[in-house]
Design a protein around this ligand. Structure first.
Ligand code: S3P
Length: 441
């Protein structure tokens, strides 16, 4: 795909449902007894793979309309043994949460995924699942394909998550549903809390306390989860692309309505405002227990690089690729520290962005868990390169956003991965007037 400068983006951008919330709605729906109805579900490939997995474990999952889904769950501990390998495609969230949910059922399941997912670490999940009594056999380094043998006699667990990861936290909590007694998860840094919120919504007994060790989450196992009606908020991580595009493309004024602004997810927007972005929250409200607002972004020609507070990293972990694009169009350096997790996402996101930005004429410095992008100011990025998306949707979209503000077009070698999280990215962006197209070579 190729993107180039135009006359700016204008209009309303209705981005799809939140990916994190969508996965959790399907998985918890599958573990409840009775019918859960979901509206606004993200129908991206990652979530569709999770829906197929829930069917393979015995839940009835049906699409009843656009974004509307019905799930008849099997009850906690009720997962049936899948007949075949579970293919989670590109989705780390899918495979890690599902492994957690399966770990305390007396079944055996084998998981795999695409080349990106097969290269990602799974020990971070299978280690705590072993404490419940589950066993896993995978490839070197615990990588997929991997077979998980669920605990026959699960034990509750107290576990401190060693890396800031909502996926690991959620896997442990979902496993805790199948164990008797109380499972405790402790996280030193707060990560997205959709699992905790949704478990409470489904009627589980769950408490969260701030202690000297961090956030202590206590879940009482073997509850009967009550089916829910869930309206999925629109995804702040998808909204980031039209918002950032509007900030850097001259002449832009874009409204992105109904975006979930849960504080564990909204770090990017705070950072952009600190950089001097013309970004406002309109009509703030509460929808389904999550704070929501309409985001309005206008071209901001005088943004400055900043030092992003490392303690904010978890609340914007998926947004660093597109932030680095905005940073390239701001004046001076943007310093991003405490972001080692970026190296184990769908791709090594520091390396993928650094190489592509350098090819577009932007200076980038990097270390194991930090990077610095030296901004060239509005209109200052030369562009003109062909970059690799590396099976990573956010890398593909970030570079297509860069092309909208750089002097020469930016080409992305493979736009296919975008469908995992934002299947309508191309029509949505072109509908705003962005010059994004399929390239012939
Ligand atoms: C997610 C958690 C994050 C994030 C991913 C979605 C989730 O991963 O990068 O896109 O839904 O729990 P980690 O928890 O591994 O940081």
């Amino acid at each position: 795909m190729v993107s180039r400068r135009g006359t700016g983006l204008k209009g309303r951008a209705e981005v799809p449902g939140d990916k994190s919330v969508s996965h959790r709605a399907l998985i918890l729906g599958a573990l409840a007894v009775g019918e859960t109805r979901v509206t606004g579900l993200l129908e991206g490939q990652d979530v569709l793979d999770t829906a197929a997995a829930m069917r393979a474990f015995g839940a009835q999952v049906e699409r009843t309309g656009e974004g509307a889904w019905s799930i008849h769950g099997v009850g906690t501990g009720g997962f049936a043994e899948p007949e075949d390998v579970i293919d989670c495609g590109n989705s780390g969230t899918g495979v890690r949460l599902i492994m957690g949910a399966a770990a305390t059922s007396p079944i055996t399941a084998t998981f795999t995924g695409d080349a990106s997912l097969r290269s990602r670490p799974m020990g971070r999940v299978t280690d705590p699942l072993a404490l419940f009594g589950a066993a896993a056999v995978g490839r070197e380094g615990g990588r997929l394909p991997l077979t998980l043998i669920g605990a026959r006699d699960p034990q509750p667990v107290r576990y401190t998550v060693p890396v800031p990861s909502a996926q690991v936290k959620s896997a442990v909590l979902l496993a805790g549903l199948g164990a008797p007694g109380q499972t405790q998860v402790i996280e030193r840094e707060a990560t997205r809390d959709h699992t905790e919120r949704m478990l409470a919504g489904f009627g589980a007994e769950i408490t969260v306390e701030e202690g000297p060790e961090g956030r202590v989450i206590t879940l009482t196992g073997q509850p009967e989860l009550r089916p829910q009606s869930i309206a999925v908020p629109r995804d702040p991580s998808s909204a980031a692309f039209p918002v950032c595009a509007a900030l850097i493309a001259e002449g832009s004024d874009v409204l992105v309505p109904g975006i979930g602004l849960n504080p564990t997810r909204a770090g990017l927007y705070e950072t952009l405002r600190e950089m001097g972005a013309d970004l406002t929250y309109e009509n703030p409200r509460d929808e389904g227990g999550e704070p929501v607002a309409d985001l309005r972004a206008r071209f901001s020609g005088a943004m400055r690089g900043i030092e992003v507070p490392p303690e904010r990293a978890a609340s914007m972990i998926d947004e660093y690729p597109v932030l680095s694009v905005v940073a390239a169009c701001a004046e001076g350096p943007t310093v991003m520290r405490g972001v080692g997790e970026l190296r184990v996402k769908e791709s090594d996101r520091i390396d993928a962005m650094a190489q592509g930005l350098r090819a577009c004429g932007v200076e980038v410095e990097e270390g194991e868990d930090w990077w610095i992008v030296h901004g060239l100011g509005a209109g200052g990025v030369p562009g003109g390169a062909r970059v690799e998306s590396r099976l990573d949707h956010r890398i593909a979209m970030a570079f297509l956003v860069l092309g909208l503000a750089s002097q020469r077009a930016v080409t992305v070698d493979d736009g296919q991965p975008i469908a995992t999280s934002f299947p309508i990215f191309e029509p949505l962006m072109t509908g705003l007037g962005a010059a994004i197209a399929r390239s012939n070579g």
